[in-house]
Design a protein around this ligand. Sequence first.
Ligand SMILES: Nc1ncnc2c1ncn2[C@@H]1O[C@H](COP(=O)(O)OP(=O)(O)OP(=O)(O)O)[C@@H](O)[C@H]1O
Ligand SMILES: [Mg+2]
Length: 216
Amino acid sequence: MKIWTITNQKGGAGKTVLATNLAVEGSKAGLKTLLIDLDPQLSATKWWEARDIETPLLIRCLYNQLIENLDSAKQQGFDLVIIDTAGREGLKHTEAIEKATFAIIPCQPSLDDCRSALPTVDVIKNAKTPFAFVITRCPVSGDDLQEAKNSLSAIGLVCNTPTIERKCYKRAYADNLGVSEYDSDDKGAGEIKAIFDWINAKESRLENSQLNKEVG
Ligand SMILES: Nc1ncnc2c1ncn2[C@@H]1O[C@H](COP(=O)(O)OP(=O)(O)OP(=O)(O)O)[C@@H](O)[C@H]1O
Ligand SMILES: [Mg+2]
């Protein structure tokens, strides 16, 4: 079972928008997908409760229930668990980072945002969890994307597709949908699919190289 923890202690980095959209994408890809809402703000829960569509499933979860819920998800045959975490609570969700098969750090393309992600990176590196940045809310033009890629790639992997600042993300979220459910032709839908596929491929490659190391 894959566990993707979406984490950045910087508030408003785009965690919940990315978590909900990746979970919708996981379901679309035919994976039995569970979204775990570990944020006491319950943003993902409110989004999910107002949905008419059954997938992905969601559970809200207290910090001390995480391990039990992950065990139960495994027993129930989930392929993919995506954990949305709280920004402003510091790093109370360290366990979600330790248990993740891959950690994803959404980060807006500014110097301040890149710097603010560093304490989160430290925790992930301590936990030895593979991770990557996904640049979020990127202006459609200008140098911000390249500058952020340059500074973040010195720290870790950076997903080659960012999310661009688009109305469809806000509108889809307000309608309790993923962007692909809101408008499958919108460029945002293509971005989410590309990000999902990139993380999947990266994780599989890491698993294979780990396997090769163990065999070799
Ligand atoms: N690509 C995007 N284009 C436009 N708006 C976006 C995009 N990604 C996120 N947003 C908007 O940015 C705001 C913050 O996003 P989000 O709630 O996902 O951040 P967060 O990291 O979960 O915040 P918190 O730390 O409070 O949990 C929201 O208003 C959301 O709709
Ligand atoms: Mg959030």
